[in-house]
Write a protein that binds this ligand. Structure first.
Ligand code: FSX
Ligand code: SF4
Ligand code: F3S
Length: 382
């Protein structure tokens, strides 16, 4: 209780300090932004309550979460694109009916974002250099995409001077106050780092020497991206992280733990092939490849697109998109992982717990899953 009180007081002081800074964009306020988008103060406070709970903070922090969103326009953000599909930015910026998280991202002072800004060529490069110089040691750096390191970064060149992504990421990280790797590509290498990784793509954390908070998912949800910004504004410290530097408040539970089809898993009711009766009845997708038992993320609780849906609700198993090397280790996507483990006992994939209890144990868990699937089927067929 005392610890909670101290944390609350520290967050209050920090917010007071940030509120004294001038807003970086002129003429905007949270109030205006909410009004313009037809969102009531009540809905905003509901959002703040949900965000507080998502960050695993007590309800007493709700007014502070709301305030953190209000002062978010005081902190400059630089967002760099490396090798990727831009799905992470898309996740935030859906134009039809953006949720409050997306709006807050719009409200944040994005000093540089290649796919959003109007500038191009020499002007764009100049803007990035100016932002780094002007906001030295103050800006939040968000990097989306894996970083090709082969040919000294030459597989990815950006801008009028043909600077490599590797060089830009290193330069921008030098004076950043906090660094987030947005998406599985930036966190773990992603698709371009999948075997045979022709460009020698690496995660951000392996090419710079400062601490990186990983926000994986291909793409991550807008809530996880904005939640990290809010956490940083409130506390100015690293959140509690798991073995893969993922914030535990977002990646502390397995998809399987909170899945809406879990009852069917426990009852041994499985989809055998896509489109069968089981699929129509919303049965468990384990046998058609769901990797929810080995994947740490909060999609089963928070869903995507303003809580509309998520992969498993849409009828496909989780492909493990927030785990390291999932392209190589979680495939084939429509087959159970356990069948692969039977054939490859030395398999060393992303099959770990948030605190990395190790492959052996989870290898056993995967086989246990398969045994459950098999046995419950026999039981049902009796
Ligand atoms: Fe794409 Fe982002 Fe996947 Fe990667 O997302 S959704 S390939 S995580 O870097 O743009
Ligand atoms: Fe849900 Fe997949 Fe677990 Fe089945 S195996 S309960 S679909 S997470
Ligand atoms: Fe990715 Fe699985 Fe969630 S595929 S989006 S972690 S359900």
């Amino acid at each position: 209780m005392e610890l909670e009180h101290t944390k609350l007081e520290l967050a209050k002081q920090r917010l007071d300090e940030i509120s004294k800074l001038p807003p970086l964009k002129k003429g905007q306020s949270i109030k205006k932004m909410l009004q313009k988008n037809g969102i009531s103060r009540r809905d905003f406070m509901k959002w703040a309550g949900a965000m507080t709970a998502m960050l695993s903070l007590p309800a007493s922090f709700t007014p502070l979460t709301a305030k953190a969103a209000e002062v978010a326009d005081r902190l400059p953000v630089i967002w760099l694109h490396m090798a990727e599909c831009t799905g992470c930015s898309e996740s935030l910026l859906r134009s039809d009916g953006p949720g409050i998280a997306s709006l807050i991202f719009d409200y944040i002072s994005l000093e540089y974002h290649e796919t959003l800004m109007a500038a191009s060529g020499f002007q764009a490069e100049h803007n990035l250099e100016t932002a780094i110089e002007k906001y030295k040691n103050q800006y939040i750096l968000m990097v989306e995409g894996g970083i090709p390191t082969g040919e000294n970064g030459g597989f990815l060149t950006i801008g009028a001077h043909g600077k490599s992504g590797l060089e830009s990421a290193r330069e921008a990280s030098e004076y950043a106050k906090a660094i987030f790797a947005i998406g599985s590509c930036s966190s773990f290498g992603g698709i371009q780092a999948a075997n045979p990784n022709p460009t020698a793509a690496k995660p951000l954390s392996e090419v710079i020497s400062k601490p990186v908070i990983n926000v994986p998912g291909c793409p991550p949800s807008e809530k996880n991206i904005v939640g990290n910004v809010i956490h940083f504004i409130l506390f100015n410290t690293l959140p509690s992280l798991d073995a893969f530097n993922r914030p535990k408040w977002a990646y502390g539970h397995r998809i399987h733990d909170l899945c809406e089809r879990r009852g069917h898993f426990d009852a041994g009711e499985f989809v055998q092939t896509f489109g069968d009766e089981g699929a129509k009845n919303g049965y468990c997708l384990y046998k058609v490849g769901c990797k929810g038992p080995y994947t740490f993320n909060n999609c089963s609780k928070l869903r995507f697109n303003s809580h509309t849906s998520w992969p498993i609700q849409a009828g496909h198993g989780c492909i493990g998109c927030s785990e390291p090397n999932f392209w190589d280790s979680m495939g084939p996507f429509e087959e159970p992982l356990a069948s692969k483990l039977y054939n490859a006992p030395l398999f060393s994939g992303a099959d770990r717990t948030a605190d990395n209890i190790g492959i052996t144990l989870l290898g056993a868990a995967a086989i246990g899953m398969a045994a459950h699937a098999l046995l419950s089927n026999i039981k049902k067929e009796k």
